[in-house]
Design a protein around this ligand. Structure first.
Ligand code: ADP
Ligand code: ZN
Ligand code: ZN
Length: 737
């Protein structure tokens, strides 16, 4: 075929399960696979990615349009990444154009160039000083900025200038025009110059684990590194990475959202004197692009990031590591609902490199995979160094007197800790003052007007807030049912606990760590720094405080309400309860002093709590896996959840009933080992003013389920009712709300 007949297949970011055909641009070189192009789409112009070339098309010659612009000469997505995204599009039943869009940094989605440019730093020019400051008497903002620049030795970046004033840009530009200030471009990633730390001598288990993994470099292998809390998993990652770097290859490390702290990044920086690309949601578009391009070019040997970093291309991939692989933040919960751990495993297979999944409490899915020999289990059964696992006690609350949520034994233990000058940590996974506000006269509970949920009292700010939709209203003084003034907060939140402890231990320095106390930029860092410096005696925290942090001086962990998770609506509630408490209990006794954990519960016989008491992950796993097998749920069955929502109350169920019928008909025609359940309202039916319903489809045969979805979804798109709701497909759903 002569090149004039070449058809370019382009994936564009629209919610349609197809690519679109275009003619190559006139007089320009043909764009390669994985290159971005600008194309006409309806009345708009979109940035798409070339995903194929063909010499035929179903589009008539008069309707076939030309590519407007070829943006890249070199592909932004190499063959492996394009292949991975194509696979993900099929597996998660999400349009390829939107999958690609999700995988690219925002700047590239918009068509930005791929030149790496670092952030700008402004500084005052030499010989500029007091005279110039004085001359700025009538330009107070310029004066303020010049003053700040004169006071800084390294200059200020855009964020720092912005914190001085939102009008910094024009003021700084004016100073630049005067020739008093100039900007320079920083290197995109700073190189570490200090001498790296020397690693500790590995324990026998650590040595075995890292050797087993490094022996597999250059080929695929999936390892489940199951190490108790504080066993030195990170140390194993570091040993493996060190070997990878020595071979001139790159390592990609994925961590949970809360896990990516400056402390962790520091630990990597201190070990390796190489540029590290760090990718997380707090970056500006430019910073993200910069990190992404450095990784793709191979200029960053080490890439550290949260969920979406799984899509970062690597020039010389050597290993992928997923820390805390059980963590829920690896699952994207809207739009393209992928699981970064699962995609990382598929990616490692395609790249032919080893992957390490690390956890103290592996997900049942990963454990099941290790039992089926798909993953190789590497155990670290002991804590590193001299640290011992903490003693765990269950405090049976039945009949125990309680004071503001704290039982007597817990109070005594706290007092002991304070006396010895040791830190304690209280875990309560409920921020705010109290989870409900109740009328003592009629039993009315202050509801959210937009959700089937109660409002949380935030007393200090005098607000009632919904933790599901974010609605935020002033505190009321009268009952909504009977107008009585007899309103009382019920239950415990972290703020109430803080108040109670401050009253009970007036001399203790108390630090609360939850989304409210850490909402400002850098405030979590500041709080963690204070904890490490011993500037706090009692820490109160939600699960924000439970993960990954190493607090060597914490010797007591108290779990205020272990039962919260026992009545969860989700089939994974028990698993999550176990993982959460095990993680937080793991904060105790990580240093030289022994730790103890006190768990308050009304259900001390629960098998989950018994397993926690004995540090017995195996007993938990056996029990939980048995339960999943009996109920035919994941990991024994593959699940797909169809969700629908609408402001109109009947629309979601109407659509899903129709969907259920479609599915039934399909199964009559081609019998597959697939079960279609009954469409039901979601456990929390109304959320943020929308009614929600769901339909569960499951099968023990992955491929049968995929085949079924491939046939079903086009049918659903044709359903008239599908236009009256917002609906989505969640493959391997992580929650069933
Ligand atoms: P994990 O990632 O399993 O929670 P870390 O790797 O953070 O564990 O190790 C916990 C603590 O033990 C850290 O302070 C670490 O420096 C230390 N550590 C790890 N391995 C060793 C070792 N082989 N010898 C001495 N200390 C170690
Ligand atoms: Zn709400
Ligand atoms: Zn009332």
């Amino acid at each position: 075929m002569p090149p004039t007949h070449t058809i370019i297949q382009v994936a564009v970011p629209v919610p349609l399960r197809q690519h679109f055909d275009y003619k190559p641009p006139a007089n320009l070189a043909l764009p390669g696979l994985g290159c971005r192009v600008r194309v006409p789409f309806g009345r708009r112009q979109l940035v798409g990615v070339v995903v194929g070339v063909s010499n035929s098309t179903a589009v008539g010659p008069d309707r076939l349009k030309s590519i407007i612009e070829v943006i890249d000469t070199l592909p932004v997505l190499n063959d492996t990444m394009l292949g991975l995204l194509r696979w993900a599009s099929g597996y998660y039943q999400f349009p390829l154009g939107e999958v690609i869009q999700a995988a690219l940094p925002v700047a590239l989605r918009r068509g930005a160039g791929t030149k790496v440019s670092g952030p700008l730093i402004w500084s005052s020019n030499p010989e500029i000083g007091l005279n110039e400051l004085e001359a700025l008497g009538r330009a107070p903002l310029q004066r303020k900025i010049l003053q700040a620049l004169l006071h800084s030795d390294k200059g200020l970046d855009s964020a720092e200038l912005k914190s001085i004033s939102s009008g910094w840009r024009s003021a700084t530009a004016a100073l630049e025009r005067k020739g008093w200030v100039s900007s320079t471009e920083q290197a995109c990633l700073q190189k570490v110059t200090t001498a790296p730390d020397t690693p500790p001598a590995p324990s026998e288990h650590q040595r075995q684990a890292s050797t087993t993994i490094t022996e597999r470099l250059g080929q695929y292998g999936c390892f489940l590194l199951h190490g108790v809390t504080g066993s030195g998993k990170t140390e194993v990652y570091l040993r493996v990475i060190s070997e990878v770097l020595q071979r001139g290859q790159q390592a990609l490390v994925l961590v949970p959202e809360i896990g990516l702290t400056p402390q962790l990044v520091d630990r990597f920086r201190r070990r390796f004197a190489v540029p590290i690309a760090v990718l997380h949601s707090g970056l500006s578009d430019q910073e993200r692009l910069c990190a992404w391009l450095m990784a793709a070019a191979g200029d960053a040997p080490l890439v550290l990031g949260t969920r979406s970093a799984v899509f970062t291309p690597l020039a010389r991939p050597g290993v992928i590591i997923v820390d805390e692989e059980h963590d829920g933040s690896f699952k994207q919960q809207e739009g393209f609902r992928y699981h970064a751990r699962d995609l990382a495993v598929v990616r490692a297979h395609r790249e032919q490199i080893p992957i390490v999944l690390g956890s103290a409490t592996p997900s049942l899915e990963s454990l099941h995979n290790s039992q089926r020999q798909r993953f190789q289990l590497l155990p670290l059964p002991q804590r590193a160094g001299n640290a011992q696992l903490p003693q765990v006690h269950l405090l049976d609350l039945r009949g125990l007197p309680m004071e503001e949520g704290i039982s007597h034994p817990l109070k005594k233990a706290l007092a002991g800790c304070l006396e010895r000058g040791e830190q304690s940590l209280l875990f309560l996974n409920r921020r705010g003052f109290a989870p409900v506000l109740m009328c003592y006269d009629c039993g009315w509970l202050a509801p959210c007007g937009r959700c089937d949920a109660k409002l949380t009292l935030h007393k200090a700010r005098g607000r009632l807030r919904c933790h599901h939709c974010g609605s935020d209203t002033p505190l009321i003084s009268h009952c909504g049912g009977c107008a009585s003034k007899n309103l009382h907060p019920i239950g415990e939140g972290t703020q109430r606990l803080e108040d109670a402890l401050a009253a009970r231990f007036p001399h203790a320095r108390i630090l609360r760590v939850d989304r409210d106390s850490t909402s400002g930029k850098g405030s979590l860092e500041e709080i963690l720094r204070r904890i490490h410096n011993g500037e706090a005696d009692i820490l109160i925290g939600t699960q924000m405080l439970s993960k990954g942090h190493d607090f060597p001086n914490v010797t007591l962990v108290g779990v205020i309400n272990a039962d919260q998770g026992l009545y969860g609506l989700d089939f994974r509630a028990g698993e999550h309860l176990f993982q959460r408490i095990m993680q937080v209990a793991g904060r105790a006794g990580r240093g030289d002093k022994p730790g103890q954990v006190l768990i308050q519960t009304y259900h001390p016989d629960s098998p989950y709590l018994q397993a926690l008491k004995n540090h017995d992950y195996a007993a938990f796993a056996q029990f939980a896996l048995h339960e999943r097998q009996q109920t035919e749920l994941a990991p024994y069955s593959h699940l797909v959840l169809l969700r629908a929502e609408s402001p109109r109350s009947h629309a979601p169920l109407n659509f899903l009933h129709a969907a259920q019928q479609c599915a039934g008909k399909l199964l009559d025609q081609t019998p597959l080992p697939v079960q279609v359940m009954t469409a039901v309202a979601s456990p929390m039916e109304r959320r943020a003013g929308r009614y929600r319903a769901q339909l569960l489809i499951q099968s023990s045969h992955r491929s049968a389920l995929q085949q079924f979805l491939n046939e079903l979804l086009p049918d659903l798109e044709k359903l008239h009712l599908s236009r009256s709701v917002r609906w989505s497909v969640d493959v391997d759903p992580m929650d069933m709300f």
